[in-house]
Design a protein around this ligand. Structure first.
Ligand SMILES: *Cc1c(COP(=O)(O)O)cnc(C)c1O
Length: 365
């Protein structure tokens, strides 16, 4: 059979770049990739200055993955393994980004994709993605936790592969972000801040850092500092939240699937899980866009909101007084435009297409 793509065209994806550290991947695994990963690690001079003279803050900009979130890193591995295992369809519950990634990688692989979405709780851009990539969408009267429970109940058909983060291949793919950070900084950071929803990503990052520490490719593993939204903070409170509520829909989760893995990651790294309010999340989202030119979706801003909270609180917070902090910003701002538009002032009516009219309009602003 003629190969459509020479292998060199796939040499930039997560599997191609980090294959040596992905034991799930064998020669028998058909690689399904969209050249995900290798996202920018952007130095933030303004955040660094806010936190302290001896601190360098970097943003791992995961919104620049092919479907606009870090979910692509796990999905390339999960969908490749599903194809290898002979699955015909993939299935997931989603707050939006998992379904966007699943639908895209399924299309790439020639698999059907079924997504269960909590009705009315998905950011529009993410829903648009699932539609555009041709997923079969079922919306349910219930929240994400209900949808994930239903996915578990549908798990018995061998032709259907579940690609939620309860699929262990997902976390394997996601751990590669830590490798990229170490490769770029020359060592692991001192602290790593990230939003926590279903708690897979904090577990995956920790695993990546630990693996390279063990191999001597880094001299330390960072303290993992996870941020939950105040209205959806089961790990922080130590008990499930029946009706999680937050503007940050990607972390609106009341009973995280990777709760115990995340707790272990936090304990082993000397880290913490803490909370930020919706106002703090939205303020951080706006701050990041206006001060650094980086537009992220609300959930992504939770990591930066946490750092800004640390700055306000001073001493007793989770930011080290010196060294390097990485904040993962997990998804692209264009996925959730309504949240920004709802808070923006209405656009003024159009003015005549004349120089004077423009100057007058600018004067009024
Ligand atoms: C999935 C997601 C999260 C939460 O990650 P978990 O692994 O579920 O903790 C955060 N931000 C964005 C943009 C996401 O898509």
């Amino acid at each position: 059979m003629q190969k459509i793509f020479p292998p060199t065209l796939h040499d930039r994806g997560v599997i191609a770049r980090w294959r040596a550290w992905l034991p799930d991947i064998t020669d028998a695994t058909p690689v399904v990739s969209l050249n995900e990963g290798s996202t920018p690690l952007i130095h933030s001079p303004r955040l660094s200055a806010l936190v302290g003279r001896d601190v360098r803050v970097f943003l791992k900009y995961e919104g620049l993955n092919p479907t606009g979130s870090f979910k692509d890193r796990g999905m390339t591995v999960a969908v490749s393994k599903a194809l290898e295992a002979g699955a015909r369809s993939i299935l997931c519950a989603s707050t939006g980004n998992t379904s966007a990634a699943a639908a895209a990688y399924a299309a790439r692989a020639g698999l059907a994709c079924i997504v269960l979405l909590p009705a009315g709780k998905i950011a529009l851009g993410k829903l648009v993605q699932a539609i555009a990539y041709g997923a079969k969408i079922v919306t349910i009267d219930g929240n994400f936790d209900d949808a994930l429970q239903l996915v578990r109940e549908l798990a018995d058909d061998p032709a259907i592969a579940i690609v939620n983060s309860i699929n262990p291949h997902r976390l394997e793919g996601q751990k590669t972000a830590s490798f990229e950070i170490i490769a770029e900084l020359g060592d692991a950071p001192d602290a790593h801040f990230l939003p926590v929803g279903n708690a897979g990503n904090i577990s995956a990052y920790h695993r990546g850092y630990r693996e390279w520490l063990t191999l001597g490719r880094a001299t330390r593993a960072p303290r993992m500092i996870g941020w939950q939204a105040a209205g959806a903070a089961p790990i922080f409170h130590g008990q499930p939240v029946a009706k999680p509520e937050t503007v940050a829909s990607a972390i609106r989760i009341g009973n995280p699937a990777s709760w115990s893995l995340a707790s272990a990651a936090v304990a082993e790294s000397g880290g913490a899980v803490d909370i930020v309010s919706d106002d703090e999340i939205l303020a951080a989202q706006s701050w990041l866009a206006r001060h650094e030119g980086i537009f992220v979706e609300p959930a992504s801003a939770a990591s930066v909101a946490g750092l800004l909270k640390c700055v306000r609180q001073g001493g007793e917070c989770h930011a080290p007084a010196s060294g390097t902090i990485v904040c993962t910003v997990t998804g692209h701002g264009l996925k959730d435009t309504v949240t920004v538009l709802d808070r923006a002032a209405a656009l003024a009516p159009p003015v005549p297409a004349k120089r004077e009219a423009i100057l007058a309009a600018l004067d009024e602003n």
